[in-house]
Design a protein around this ligand. Structure first.
Ligand SMILES: NC(=O)c1ccc[n+]([C@@H]2O[C@H](COP(=O)([O-])OP(=O)(O)OC[C@H]3O[C@@H](n4cnc5c(N)ncnc54)[C@H](OP(=O)(O)O)[C@@H]3O)[C@@H](O)[C@H]2O)c1
Length: 264
């Protein structure tokens, strides 16, 4: 049942029948919810993450056609292995969801560790660009010919300064700008969009709400934090033909928080 209490649709949409997708960072959290949504609507999905065991457990929730390849999102060899598997097993690619993202440090920019900064930018920004370049360059995937599309996972912290999360915010601001620039450069064949969530209840964001969820949720006009499914719904919309006239957009998913003066 959707979170607004309305009944689930009687005939769930099958918007991705015959479509193939890659979702990076998808053994849990937002990536897994996205992969499950795309698969439930008919897509064949390949998921990635670094650790094999949780990735295998996630794969088991996706149905018989799905694939999983373990590796680091910022590793070119891993990207090549994933795309070779997609070509071999699926025969082409229609949807790339750049979801893998990291935030290993917390603290002010004044004393930010520059090696950590490089790693964050490497995974969150250059990883997003590199996956996009790789699917375009891999001729066997026919991404351009199939009028594929890319959905990047940004963050509201890329729009509004979140003290302590500065490096992460810088990386997500770059993801938003990559999205807008690529959307112009790759049109008309390829659409490129992004989502920018506020706090979504995953392991990644645990430190931001665990033990005080009601207090944090009170600042959200819609009265609750995000669920991975909230993001999956938006990603599925952007990846689907329902959004065929939408490109270069960064869709804020925040339960109304920014308009209420939240963040920053
Ligand atoms: N949760 C939030 O509040 C929130 C808000 C805004 C944006 N986001 C963004 O949403 C995305 C997903 O976050 P999440 O909250 O779903 O996190 P999560 O629950 O911690 O899941 C992260 C997933 O990515 C994988 N992963 C992490 N680093 C990776 C890497 N270098 N290469 C490949 N896979 C990697 C993890 O598996 P392994 O550990 O096995 O690799 C896991 O499957 C991120 O881009 C994050 O910035 C999250």
């Amino acid at each position: 049942m959707p979170h607004d209490g309305t009944p689930a649709p009687q005939h769930p949409a099958r918007r991705f029948l015959g479509r193939n997708a890659v979702v990076t960072g998808a053994s849990r959290g937002i990536g897994l919810a996205v992969a499950q949504r795309l698969a439930s609507e008919g897509a064949r999905v390949l998921i990635t993450a670094r650790k094999q065991e949780p990735l295998d457990a996630a794969l088991a929730t996706l149905g018989g056609d799905a694939l999983a390849v373990a590796g680091h999102a910022d590793d070119p060899d891993h990207r090549a292995e994933v795309l070779a598997a997609v070509e071999h097993h699926f025969g082409g690619l229609d949807i790339l969801v750049n979801n893998a993202g990291i935030n290993p440090v917390y603290g002010p920019l004044e004393t930010a560790d520059l090696d950590a900064a490089r790693k964050i930018l490497e995974v969150n920004v250059l990883g997003t660009l590199a996956w996009t370049q790789a699917v375009l360059a891999h001729s066997g995937l026919q991404f351009r010919e199939r009028r594929g599309n890319v959905v990047n996972v940004g963050s509201v912290s890329g729009d509004v300064p979140a003290p302590g999360l500065g490096l992460y915010g810088v990386s997500k601001a770059a993801v938003a700008h990559l999205t807008r620039t690529l959307s112009v450069e790759l049109a008309p064949d390829i659409r490129v969009n992004a989502v920018a969530p506020a706090v979504v209840k995953t392991r990644f964001a645990g430190a931001l709400y665990e033990g005080r969820e009601a207090e944090v949720a009170a600042s959200y006009p819609l009265g609750r934090l995000g669920e991975p499914d909230d993001v999956a719904s938006a990603v599925a919309y952007l990846a689907s033909a329902d959004a065929s006239w939408v490109t270069g957009q960064v869709l804020t998913l925040d339960g109304g928080l920014r308009n209420a003066g939240g963040l920053g």
